[in-house]
Design a protein around this ligand. Structure first.
Ligand SMILES: [Zn+2]
Ligand SMILES: [Zn+2]
Length: 139
C-alpha cells in the first residue's frame, strides 16, 4: 500500500500496521479494531510470557500479511483457533481462528498506544496475580 492509498483508506477506516520483533512478519489491518480486550488466561500467559495480553480482532479479509516472511507460523491451540508467531524470532502475533477472524496482540502494533486499541473488558481476570493491575476503557 502506498502512502497515498493509506491516507485515502484512513479517511474512511483506520489502517493499522505492525509486526514481529525481527520484521519478517508484518501486517496491515483495516479497522475498526473489534472487541478490544485483555486476557489473563493460562494459554495467553504461556503463549506470550506476559501475565496479561491485550487483543483486538479483525475479519480475516481485512488483514494482509505484508512482510518478507508472509503469514505467521501457526500452532493449533484449541478446537477453534491456532496461535500465530514468527518462525524466525518467535514473537507472538496473536491467533488465527477457524471463524474468519484474526486476533492480534496490541503489543505488536506500530501504534500500541492508540486509544482505539484500548481494552474495554478483561477476560479471565482471576488468572492474573493480585498485584498486577490493568486499566480498561469504560464503554
Ligand atoms: Zn520475527
Ligand atoms: Zn487468553
Amino acid at each position: 500500500m502506498t502512502d497515498q492509498q493509506r491516507t485515502r483508506a484512513s479517511k474512511s477506516k483506520p489502517v493499522y500496521v505492525g509486526g514481529c520483533l525481527c520484521g519478517a512478519i508484518r501486517f496491515e489491518a483495516i479497522g475498526p479494531a473489534d472487541k478490544p480486550h485483555t486476557c489473563s488466561c493460562r494459554m495467553c500467559q504461556r503463549h506470550s510470557g506476559a501475565l496479561t495480553t491485550a487483543w483486538v480482532e479483525f475479519a480475516k479479509d481485512r488483514v494482509r500479511w505484508t512482510g518478507a516472511g508472509g503469514a505467521p507460523a501457526l500452532w493449533r491451540s484449541s478446537d477453534a483457533s491456532s496461535r500465530a508467531f514468527c518462525p524466525a524470532c518467535g514473537s507472538t502475533l496473536g491467533a488465527v481462528d477457524d471463524a474468519p477472524v484474526v486476533a492480534l496482540m496490541v503489543g505488536v502494533f506500530d501504534t500500541p498506544k492508540a486509544l482505539t486499541l484500548m481494552p474495554t473488558r478483561h477476560s479471565h481476570k482471576a488468572g492474573r496475580p493480585r498485584w498486577w493491575h490493568v486499566e480498561c476503557r469504560a464503554d
